[in-house]
Design a binder for this molecule. Structure first.
Ligand code: NAP
Length: 316
């Protein structure tokens, strides 16, 4: 694992600078999509980086975020990877640097802490790292009756799924607007399209993410910055495995209804580069969200209530 010279030493903790970049082995496949910022292969200036192609991905240590990192690296993007698990980030950075000609930095950070997004932005600035593409993917899920949930866990969910996403967007968007180019991919969920009893706070955060993305995509029309909401359905990641571990109902979900994180990540990248505002991966998910968009609100929540009351996680 080679590291570039003259970069700050790897450290961790709140005052840490980004780890030194892990860089390269084989030449990258250059298959960038169409659109403005970060799209398409860009020439590598001598001794410099490809302009407009650095992506910061939150929640990159596992699941959809790790697969997004693999997709971005395969298309020649330099990366900044963020999550709490430094060891998993380091292993992924080494893998990506070995497989693709890209620079990968890791920035271990607990984004549910209110201070973390500002610390992250300061560390990026002090290391001179411009972010051309922001991927707000980190998220957690809480399943079960609202009245049985721990208040601090619900607030942690709000702080991560909505707070950190909003703060990072607020901190990194001005630079994109000033440069006249940038892209933001916000990972929402099909839960964004309707209230979901038994996942009430989670679904509410995803509705927020979708509404914010749509509003900002209009606000920023003509600036060169685009926003995309990726709205996956059930996806085979640790998030789903954790629910299945404690729930027979979740284990009975047919495999046909579960997407692979790699497929979801590819869909997200394609939609982002095409400047799409909303992407729902998978035909079944598009049908489900289409129904909830046209049916009367009372009917949607009544059906969701009937379904959720059958789940064993509501009998805790
Ligand atoms: N899986 C699904 O069925 C599904 C469906 C629709 C939408 N989504 C959304 O997709 C996104 C990714 O979920 P996933 O399924 O890939 O989940 P996952 O496998 O559990 O991965 C979650 C990622 O978020 C990171 N993370 C969790 N808490 C964090 C914190 N406090 N600070 C920083 N990073 C944190 C985790 O890393 P560390 O633990 O190392 O911090 C991990 O990298 C989420 O926004 C989720 O809501 C998932």
């Amino acid at each position: 694992m080679a590291t570039r010279k003259n970069t700050p030493a790897a450290t961790s903790g709140p005052a840490a600078r980004p780890d030194p970049p892990v860089k390269t082995g084989r030449p990258a496949r250059r298959t960038g999509g169409r659109g403005q910022a970060g799209a398409g292969p860009a020439a590598v200036p001598a001794g410099g980086r490809r302009p407009g192609r650095r992506a910061l991905i939150t929640g990159a240590s596992a699941g959809i975020g790790a697969e997004l990192a693999r997709v971005f690296a395969a298309r020649g993007h330099d990366l900044v990877l963020v999550a709490r698990s430094a060891d998993r980030l380091a292993a992924l950075a080494a893998e990506l640097a070995a497989d693709h000609s890209v620079e990968v930095r890791i920035l271990p950070k607990d984004l549910a802490r209110r201070e973390s997004p500002a610390e992250l932005a300061a560390e990026l600035a002090s290391a001179g790292l411009e972010v051309d593409i922001l991927v707000n993917n980190a998220g957690i899920l809480e399943v079960g009756p609202f009245h049985a949930a721990r208040t601090d866990r619900l607030l942690q969910l709000l702080d991560l799924n909505a707070g950190a996403l909003t703060a990072l967007t607020s901190l990194l968007l001005p630079g994109m607007v000033a440069r006249g180019r940038g892209r933001i991919l916000n990972v929402a969920s099909i839960a964004a399209f309707q209230p979901v009893p038994s996942m009430a706070v989670y679904a509410a955060t995803k509705a927020y993410v979708l509404a914010l993305t749509e509003a900002l995509s209009e606000e920023l029309r003509g600036t060169g910055v685009t926003l995309t909401a990726l709205c996956p359905g059930l996806t085979a990641t640790d998030m789903m495995a954790d629910i299945q571990a404690g729930s027979a109902t979740a284990r009975e979900i047919p495999a046909l209804l579960v997407s692979s994180p790699a497929d979801v990540a590819r869909d997200g990248y394609t939609a982002l580069m095409a400047g799409e505002v909303i992407r729902v991966p998978g035909l079944g998910n598009r049908i489900a969200t289409g129904w909830s968009r046209v049916a009367p609100r009372w009917l949607v929540r009544t059906v969701a209530g009937l379904a959720s009351r059958q789940a064993d996680w509501m009998r805790r």
